[in-house]
Design a protein around this ligand. Structure first.
Ligand code: COA
Length: 148
């Protein structure tokens, strides 16, 4: 569906080589350690229960992506937003906001109680975007154990 800014957000239903190629171009803009993703690897991600992969298009070209993961946990059905990125040439046009709002709508449709995400403080545009979309900053520590 397209909004007034010309951004259209699509909930992707199947992996294709074109989709994998477009996402592979975006991932290095999210994380330096990212690697290219091919059609099969993308398909394995998309086929998982509770995974919703969105893309945003401007003038028909994929310029952003967001993944919503919804899990049934002991404390209820909870969603998590991951891997949000918009192509550097298209930022500041509301693409990120359209993606986040689509993710939130989908989480609500799935019946999730909450939607969580994390973002480093130095990702200033991202942090402003999430607050603008209604997220509240929580005081919690994030820990990671890296398996060697
Ligand atoms: C965070 C990100 C997804 C936002 O995407 P976006 O499409 O630019 O988002 P929006 O247009 O909805 O809002 C971006 C904000 O930057 C402003 N902006 C304007 N021009 C901009 C530009 N050229 N570049 C970046 N931001 C710009 C917008 O006005 C808006 O500011 P505001 O929050 O003060 O209103 C995008 O900056 C990005 O991909 N960053 C790198 C990866 C990243 O940090 N991902 C988030 C991981 S948690």
């Amino acid at each position: 569906m397209s909004d007034t800014s010309g951004v259209s957000v699509v909930l992707e239903s199947e992996s294709t080589s074109a989709l994998a190629e477009a996402i592979s171009l975006l991932l290095p803009q999210l994380s330096k350690s990212s690697t290219e993703i091919d059609e099969n690897a993308l398909s394995m991600i998309m086929l998982q229960n509770g995974v919703d992969l969105f893309t945003a298009r401007l003038d028909g070209k994929i310029v952003g992506t967001l993944t919503l993961v919804t899990d049934r946990l002991l404390t209820g059905l909870r969603s998590f937003i991951e891997d949000v990125v918009v192509d550097s040439s298209c930022r500041g046009k509301g693409v990120g906001e359209s993606l986040v709002r689509s993710g939130l709508e989908r989480a609500e449709y799935r019946g999730a109680k909450t939607v969580d995400l994390t973002s480093r403080p130095d990702r200033e545009a991202a942090n402003r975007l999430y607050l603008r979309c209604g997220f509240e900053l929580r005081k919690t520590n994030i820990y990671r154990f890296t398996i060697k």
